[in-house]
Design a protein around this ligand. Sequence first.
Ligand code: R5P
Length: 307
Amino acid sequence: MLLFAGSSNLPLAQKIADELRLELAKSETVRFADGEARVRILEEVKDEVCVVVQSTSSPVDSNLMELYQFGDLLKKGKAKKIVAVVPYLAYSRQDKAHRQGEAVTAKLVAKMIKAVGFTDIILLELHSQDVVNFFTIPTLCLSATETVAKYIDEKRDDFGEDDLVIVAPDEGGKQRAENLAQILEATVAVIAKDRPLEKTDVVQETNMTVKSGTVKDKEAIVVDDLISTGSTAMNAANLVLKQGAYHAYLIAIHAVMSKGDTTFWQNSPFEKIFVTDSINMEKNKQFEKLTIISVASLIAKNLTNLV
Ligand code: R5P
């Protein structure tokens, strides 16, 4: 197997390679002054199983374009199998035309990934399972729930003696919260959220209410697929604290963190924030309350099964 690393998440690609006891295959990505990416493969790939690890985090379109170039080059080089490992898939929140006249961009990305030559794809914790159906190549969508649950369980004492409640910050996240709650033997609360798409992608606290379950006198762990502007998570924290939770914690699988500096997150109402390394976070963006849980061995294990 030849394991290539796109430029978006080298540390994760290296960890996956270490788990598989492989050297990263040689390639080069340069970016021109205007941001255009140019990829070069420096290996003989004919008849090889080739894997490309690339998260499509910010700069989203540039990282996507880099991924497309890998697919195209490996296809031209006549690789036997071309597997995309996309730990964070951008545009997966655009899984439907929310309003008339809009594109279903997640579907477009799925089409492009196949069109450029990828034969298989491994994804992680999608915003919605509907996105998997947009892919017409073999698609494996991994869940980070067990990996995260195992970590939290080992640190159980840090959450005090009180009952845990796992909070879904919107109804779309209910299943994720239920899965986590089942492993951690906790209860579930679900918040109803209304995002006023006409105005902004920022959610107001007044648009959120606890719809089911109770958080009073509990340690509340809010779990979400991703944090971007942070508005969903912050409002969820304020809401559960107002409703009597002792403390609020946050698990977000993908640390998109498109708004806010380290102070914004460090000063948030959360006691602790757990994310995975599906998106690379430079050291200078990390903060004291943050814990990064690696998904490298989860991905490595599933890659071994696939190829
Ligand atoms: C949306 O439904 C997702 O599950 C997340 O809750 C949302 O994308 C988080 O975005 P933000 O941090 O901007 O509120």
